[in-house]
Write a protein that binds this ligand. Sequence first.
Ligand code: ASP
Ligand code: MG
Length: 413
Amino acid sequence: MSLIVQKYGGTSIGDIERIEQVAEKVAGFRANGDDIVVVVSAMSGETNRLIELAHEVQKRPLPREMDVLVSTGEQVTTALLTMALNERGVKAKSYTGSQVRIHTDSAHTKARIREIDDERLHRDLKAGFVLVVAGFQGADEEGNITTLGRGGSDTTAVALAAVLKADECQIYTDVDGVYTTDPRVVDSARRLSKVTFEEMLEMASMGSKVLQIRAVEFAGKYNVPLRVLHSFKEGPGTLITTEDDRKMETPTIAGIAFNRDEAKLTIEGVPDTPGVAYQILGPIGNANIEVDVIVQNISHDNTVDFTFTVSRTELPRAEEILNEVARDIKAAKVSSNNKIAKVSVVGVGMRSHAGVASQMFEALAEVGINILMITTSEIKISVIVEEKFLELAVRALHSSFGLDAEPSNESED
Ligand code: ASP
Ligand code: MG
C-alpha cells in the first residue's frame, strides 16, 4: 500500500463529465488499497474568468481581495469531486488551503508556502478518507487567504507530497509526459520515461510548460518523485527524479529546448576600461530586466563591443536605458535585433561526456545555420540563432543527438 498525491489540472476537471471520470479513476486507486490525496485546480478558464470579473469592477484591485476571489475556483472543484467520490461510495473530504493549514507568507498573489500542518491530514487518511485539497492557495499568519501564483496547484501537490512523505506525486494533465522537444516542431519527438529535476528545470524554463517551475524546484529540493501523466490515457508518463535514478536511461542529452522570446542588444565602441560591464548591465539590472546570454569581444583599438539578450517584451525599455548609458560612457553605437531565438541541448550526461558542444556546432553547420552567440552551463549548451532558422536547428539537433523516436521499439521502463 502506498500514499500517492495526485494533482488534476484545469482541463482534467473542466466540466462535470470530466470530474466524474476523475472520480472513477481515483475510486480505482482507492480500490487498490492506496491512500490518496487529490489536489485540484480550478476548472479550465475559471481563474482567468474571475480575474476578468475583478477588472470590470476595479482597475487595480487590492491583491488581498484578488486572492479571496481567485481562490474560489479551486474550492468549487474540491467540493464537486468530493461529491462525485461519495456518490461512488468512496469516503472523501474536501479541504481549502487554509483548512489544511497551508501556512504561507503574506505576499498576496505570489505567496510562498512556509509550513503545512499535516496532523489533520494524517488523521483523515488513517480513518480511510480520500482527501481532496484545493490547490494554489493557503493562508498567512493572520488567516488571510493567499494564492501561490499562476499554475500554483502543482506546487501545492508537491508540498503536500513532501510533508506527507508520499511515495509519488502524480501530476495529471493533458499531455502524456515530458518530451525530448516540442512535438509540434519535431514529429519524431519522444516521450522521456525519466528525466532529472535539473533537466526538467532547464526544459520547463524554456517553453515546455508542463509543470510550474517552482514545483519542480520544490520537488528537487525535497526529493519528491514527480510523475507527469495524461489524465485519461493509460501510460507510465514521465518520472522526474534524481540523477542516480535516471542513470543508464537516455544517453547524454535528454532533450532540445528552445525559446523564441529573445532579443539582443549590442553596444559598440565601448572604451575598454575596468568597470564597463558593470556600467552597462548595472542600470539594466536596476530596472529589473533579466539579462540572459552575454558576450563581450576582445578589445581592439582599446574599445570593445558588448552584446546581451533580454526577453522581447523588455527590449524597448532596455534599449532606452542602453542609449542613455552609451551617451554617458561615450560608446559609439547601440543596435538591437528581436528576430532571434535560443536553442539549447540539455542533459546531465554532459558532465561526463566531452564533445557535446562540437557535435552541436557540427550539426548546425551541416544545415548552414550561423550561430550568433553561445553560452554554456554544466548541463546545457545554448546558441542564439536567427529566428527563421529555429525549427531547422531544433530538428537537426534532435536527430544528431539520436533523440528521434524509432517507431517500432519504443523503450519503456
Ligand atoms: N487555477 C490556478 C491557475 O489557473 C492555479 C492552477 O491551475 O494551478 O493558475
Ligand atoms: Mg496548471
